[in-house]
Design a protein around this ligand. Structure first.
Ligand SMILES: C[S@@+](CC[C@H](N)C(=O)[O-])C[C@H]1O[C@@H](n2cnc3c(N)ncnc32)[C@H](O)[C@@H]1O
Length: 263
């Protein structure tokens, strides 16, 4: 290579080096900006996205839960008789998009407690299809400390697919007992940790950390029956079952329980 060629080669190399450094710097700035934006906005966007996704899934999969919910809420007519009231005051914790309104007896008043305010528009829309059931109040709060709900103030507390997500199951149960009138009843339907050592159980354990992280703290490995048994209710009844009708893809949630607990 001649001297001229050699210096040209050197110059090109320097320029390429400079360009690389610039490109690298731009990449670093871009990645930093993306991380910063995600850090600022994901906590704000996530609840909006979750409310939308959850409502979509509820609407799409609601029919798989019809039998279980009809069985669970059929008990409410008996509750009306035992508490000698025509109109039940129901507190629904983690009310979400209001998928349970269709099962509540006509004349009921519902206090919908839901920490994620982005569910409200879906809840109101769903509830409007059941004019016999009134939304008495929407409370944006966590079920672990329901400061806006008075002691012995409601006939029933309803909780479907919520105990899997709460931060403290025992605190929620203790608050449920506090707000229920004597003789009032707690209604629950939850997916639970599979009892037998089997493929489903292994997958529940494997997927759980991802599920908790990306699905609003929803745990696949909770066995809430023990918590309910020891919460201090006077009578506890539940049935564990395998939700056969649910799509195969949701097999990790097919292990379920439904029941009531009376104060
Ligand atoms: C899977 S969704 C179920 C919604 C509704 N119960 C249903 O069956 O369609 C779980 C709900 O629990 C709510 N949730 C999560 N943690 C909660 C807590 N600590 N207290 C009350 N609600 C909670 C979520 O915001 C969400 O609406």
């Amino acid at each position: 290579m001649s001297d001229i060629d050699c210096s040209l080669y050197q110059k090109c190399k320097e320029l390429a080096g400079e360009l690389d450094a610039c490109t690298m710097l731009m990449y670093i700035i871009l990645v930093a900006v993306v991380i910063l934006l995600a850090y600022i906005y994901i906590p704000k966007v996530y609840p909006v996205f979750f409310a939308m996704m959850c409502t979509y899934c509820n609407n799409k999969f609601a029919h798989y839960a019809v039998d279980a919910k009809e069985e669970l809420f059929s008990d409410m007519s008996e509750l009306r008789e035992s508490l000698k009231t025509e109109n039940l005051t129901i507190l629904e914790i983690g009310a979400g998009s209001g998928t349970n309104f269709k099962y509540f007896p006509s004349g009921s008043s519902v206090i919908a407690l839901e920490p994620n305010p982005h569910f409200q528009k879906y809840l109101k829309r769903n509830a409007s299809a059941f004019p016999g059931v009134e939304i008495k109040q929407i409370v944006t709060d966590w079920a672990e400390k329901m400061t806006q709900i008075g002691d012995n103030s409601v006939h029933a507390v309803v909780c479907t697919v919520v105990l899997c997500s709460v931060k403290d199951v025992d605190a929620v149960l203790s608050e449920t007992l506090r707000v229920l009138k004597p003789g009032g009843r707690f209604y629950y339907l939850e997916h639970i940790y599979c009892e037998e050592e089997c493929f489903t159980q292994r997958m529940q354990r494997l997927i759980n950390p991802i599920q908790v992280r990306f699905s609003d703290n929803c745990h696949l490995t909770r066995t809430v029956a023990d918590n309910i048994d020891s919460a201090g209710f006077s009578e506890v009844q539940y049935r564990k079952f395998w939700a056969r009708k649910m799509p195969r893809a949701l097999f990790i949630m097919k292990s379920q329980m439904l029941g009531t607990a009376t104060k």
